[in-house]
Design a protein around this ligand. Sequence first.
Ligand SMILES: Nc1nc2c(c(=O)[nH]1)N[C@H]1C(S)=C(S)[C@@H](COP(=O)(O)OP(=O)(O)OC[C@H]3O[C@@H](n4cnc5c(=O)[nH]c(N)nc54)[C@H](O)[C@@H]3O)O[C@H]1N2
Ligand SMILES: Nc1nc2c(c(=O)[nH]1)N[C@H]1C(S)=C(S)[C@@H](COP(=O)(O)OP(=O)(O)OC[C@H]3O[C@@H](n4cnc5c(=O)[nH]c(N)nc54)[C@H](O)[C@@H]3O)O[C@H]1N2
Ligand SMILES: [Mo]
Length: 759
Amino acid sequence: MSEKRYVHSLCPETNDELVVGKRPKGAAGPKAVYSSGKHIFSKMGLSKGVQILKDVNQKKGFDCPGCAWPDPEERSFAEFCENGAKALALEGTEKTIPASFFKKHSVEELSQKSDFWMSQQGRLAMPLYLAKDSSHYKEVKWDEAFHLIANALRGLEPNRAAFYTSGRASNEAAYLYQLFVRLYGTNNLPDCSNMCHESSGVALGESIGIGKGTVTLEDFNKAELILIVGQNPGTNHPRMLTALQKATSEGEAKVVSINPLFEAGTSSFANPQNLEGLLGVETPLASSHIPVRINGDVAFFKGVIKAVLEKANTSFPLDENFIKEKTKGFEEFKEKALETSWDDLVEGCGVQKKVMEELALTYLKSNKTIICWAMGLTQHENAVSNIQEIVNLLLLKGNFGRPGAGACPVRGHSNVQGDRTMGIHEHPSESFLENLGKAFNFSFPKEPGYNTVETIKAMEENKIDVFFSLGGNFLSATPDTQRTAKAIQNCALTAQVSINLNRSHLITGKEAFILPCLARSEKDGIQAVSVENSMSYVHSSKGNLEPISSELKSECAIISEIAEKTLSGRKELPKVDWKKLRSHYSLIRDLIEKSIPGFKDYNKRLEDGFYLPHSVRDNQDFNTPEGKALFTLHGLPELGLKKDQYLMMTIRTHDQFNTTIYDNNDRYRGVYGQRRIIFMNPLDMEKEGFSEKEKLTIISHFKGQTRVVKNFQVVPYDIPLKCTATYFPESNELVHLENHAKKSYTPVSKSLVVTLERS
Ligand SMILES: Nc1nc2c(c(=O)[nH]1)N[C@H]1C(S)=C(S)[C@@H](COP(=O)(O)OP(=O)(O)OC[C@H]3O[C@@H](n4cnc5c(=O)[nH]c(N)nc54)[C@H](O)[C@@H]3O)O[C@H]1N2
Ligand SMILES: Nc1nc2c(c(=O)[nH]1)N[C@H]1C(S)=C(S)[C@@H](COP(=O)(O)OP(=O)(O)OC[C@H]3O[C@@H](n4cnc5c(=O)[nH]c(N)nc54)[C@H](O)[C@@H]3O)O[C@H]1N2
Ligand SMILES: [Mo]
């Protein structure tokens, strides 16, 4: 094996100049419209650009490949946002990567390029193969690729293969994939959810008996109070701002943001879907902002709960009836909550007692409260506690299964929730396997498989030979990049279904494949697929653009061909007509209907769309073992920062979708030209003697071990003392693999303990 091929850069530095500018007061407005247009029309020309924007998120069109925020019943003519436009521009680009590109550039050479450069190269247009010991990818025929992958799988004990999914796969693709993997004989189905909202699923599952959010979009118009916790909607769910604007201007909702940063989107918003917004007239959104310190949320919500319990009275009571009829554990919960000392709570969250008391009063006065959250809560060691404290607070006033109230984990990838419903889960529930088993009259494997963190460890221990990836960018999205890179290289074969080039194509097993697929916005013959949004609403999605290359296959076609070749001749397995399924997705939906509850008349109901049944939302039924919603008890997380240590969160800029980098700017935070930066409070900078733009080495500490990255430029920022922030994925090298949330195994990418030195 040529050692050289395996010396790679994992996140190369660039020499681009960092410019620190002014931060805008609010989000969207004319600049967002300009930016959308720039991305779309420069990459795909006017007529294709208009075509793509006309159909995105429309009823007969296709689902935006960006985030999982739902579409309103009444659609605007332009039902997309600036960042959706960037995602569309990337998949709708006219540029493809020719075979000559891979002849010219070796894998080693490509790995020296930045993520931004990679995303600018255009769409992958033909299947590619990196043979053992070779330095360059070369074009390969689909049949040969399928044959080689199937052969590698056929020779294996099934648990020596792992099958990753990123949350963009459609319901049909995800269902076929999990069916194939389980027939093959394993539950090794790690997915991006493991790094994302897994903590929400675990927490809600335990507390209220269902791992999904309990509100619909209509609830936002009825709510009296909406808390936005650990989430940056202006960048990551921009269409949520329209819902918040409606809730505050047409409804009566008060919006409170709880975040170390006062993000532009939550402060105010100029809705580009109406004339005032286009001209830049802003609606203030959050009535107040509470700058909690990083990972201060358990302490903060415990404080609010304590004050709610102390201040509840006959004018503003708890929902005693709900507590009595529908919950368990209240008495002990109340006793413990009242015992915690205010000093510990204030120290734990960095917020004054008075502020927690004020929010408690506002909460008591509101009859309908929604609490929203995202990665600011799910990516901590105590992430499950964070979310369960939110549930505790909601339970006190019976904010479940009522209009205008509930829990709203705001999902990331556009179909990440649907993929889970389809069975993309390394630890499927008994009832899921039972239903699948009945549909196929077969006993599927029960032994839990590897989640994302466990997959990397298994690779490290040489327990995985074949790694298959349905979308995503496993290397760059996962923690401990150096270690993960070595682990991946232990595999004999890696294969990825992708639409554009990314770093996981460059850090591979001994043999590797890139299998290019159709994007959401492209025509897949006459077939439509379906997706489920963040609020359990299932609807169809049908691309309208001509595919960029005739060589592309749909995800369903790729999966079913590999399944067919891998499983052929295994007489003990139930018969599945893979060929027929790939030419008629309606038949896949028939199978889904047969094996997953809630999909009755799936094909018929698809065009209009439908909500999946939801025990809590529909009937206030809590399917926990006790049959009630549970009040849960949580200690305060250890603070334990040494004098020279800081907490660091890794967050997204305004110009990226996870590991896909659209540009090097973060307009809403006033940062331009460079991504290798660290935000710091000016008082902390002064204490350390750091000046603006100075280059720092960041050292993370976990259980006596360290990880180091260099040359991150300091940007002074309005962030709580002792808190810092860097961008993902540049700082993933700092996240120790074993540093993950309790119970959910979600990597702790939001509260790293770091020390800082001059580079
Ligand atoms: N344009 C665009 N859209 C996206 C994505 C994208 O990358 N780009 N990614 C998609 C995906 S997969 C996901 S999961 C979502 C992610 O959506 P977000 O969760 O909004 O993404 P992050 O940038 O990780 O932002 C986390 C927010 O939490 C705050 N925060 C961090 N630590 C804490 C804490 O301890 N407590 C509190 N209260 N707040 C904290 C940060 O300041 C930041 O505002 O967005 C989805 N949508
Ligand atoms: N430090 C740190 N790490 C994090 C996070 C963080 O906040 N901080 N966030 C975590 C979160 S929330 C998530 S969800 C993960 C994301 O993890 P992933 O989902 O694995 O990563 P993405 O960057 O979204 O994947 C991008 C790639 O998907 C492929 N792709 C795009 N569209 C399609 C399509 O339609 N079909 C197929 N087959 N492929 C497609 C493209 O080739 C693109 O390069 O990262 C996690 N990692
Ligand atoms: Mo995510």
